[in-house]
Design a protein around this ligand. Structure first.
Ligand code: IPE
Ligand code: IPE
Ligand code: MG
Length: 264
């Protein structure tokens, strides 16, 4: 792992999951993206194409996330941030919103043991405001139970919006300034990042959007400044580990310059 990332992920070698030989997958083990962000889109359209109700797509999509997180951990990805519910998704019919909340609640009860056994560390990014207290409680328990795990970090973006996150950070910083605990000249990028919902995670290296749309939909606006973007028409419930490998291959074929020049 890049030494610079040790501050985020630690150096423990304890691993429950058996690592896969990534070179046999055609991947360069030296350039596995540490943090992958995924916009899990296309659940409803996938279900419709199967002649099913939209909610069935959410159910299958949740299974897909389980498969992808497990596989990502095995190939050495350190963290996945998965967009599950946006601050704008409240605009949807109440029945769909309720179903998504119940699905989340179900997973936080039914799957936590397995996630824990697989050494997955759970985190959440998003606003707590508006989320049902029972879900908040389960989210807090999931974080507490898995906090010492050293495998892949699964950060689920729930009630998350990039604009909301930036406003939330600005308000938190402004109140520190108002209270006299922070000087205006001390507001650095690092201070700002500490106040984002993703604090403690490095910026994503790779952003994946399935479902055929080429937009960001208010996801990680600050954090994706230099992320490599990969999209596919495949809907999220049909996303597979093979597609993740394809996305990482594309990532590995790109030259990241961060605004600078690459010496040849
Ligand atoms: C993504 O799938 C899941 C959520 C936004 C909750 P969609 O529900 O947006 O599915 P499509 O894009 O309508 O097919
Ligand atoms: C983005 O998908 C949000 C999630 C996947 C949770 P949307 O379906 O909400 O995005 P738009 O409306 O197509 O931009
Ligand atoms: Mg959608």
């Amino acid at each position: 792992m890049y030494p610079v990332l040790n501050k985020f992920f630690g150096t423990s070698t304890k691993e429950v999951q058996k690592p896969l030989q990534v070179d046999t997958l055609g991947l360069n083990p030296e350039r596995i993206p540490a943090h992958i962000a995924i916009i899990m889109d296309g659940n409803g359209r996938w279900a419709k194409a199967q002649g099913k109700v939209r909610t069935y797509g959410h159910q299958v999509g949740a299974q897909t996330l389980k498969t992808i997180v497990r596989f990502a951990g095995q190939i050495g990805v350190k963290a996945i941030t998965a967009y599950a519910f946006s601050t704008e998704n409240w605009k949807r019919p109440v029945t769909e919103v309720k179903f998504i909340m119940e699905l989340l609640s179900y997973y936080l009860t039914a799957e936590i043991e397995e996630l824990n056994a697989n050494n997955v560390q759970m985190r959440f990014s998003g606003s707590r405001e508006g989320l049902p207290p029972a879900i908040l409680k389960k989210m807090d328990t999931a974080v507490a139970v898995t906090k010492n795990n050293t495998g892949v970090i699964l950060n689920i973006a729930v009630n998350y919006g990039g604009q909301d996150e930036i406003l939330h950070a600005v308000r938190a910083i402004a109140s520190q300034v108002q209270a006299g605990t922070l000087k205006v000249e001390d507001i650095t990028a690092a201070v700002f990042e500490d106040n984002l919902y993703t604090h403690g995670l490095p910026a994503p290296d790779l952003l994946i959007r399935p479902g055929g749309d080429q937009r960001i939909s208010n996801f990680l606006l600050w954090q994706i400044a230099y992320a490599e973007i990969w999209t596919t028409d495949v809907y999220w419930p049909a996303f597979t580990p093979d597609l993740l490998v394809e996305a990482i291959k594309a990532y590995q074929s790109r030259e990241r310059r961060f605004g600078g020049l690459v010496s040849k």
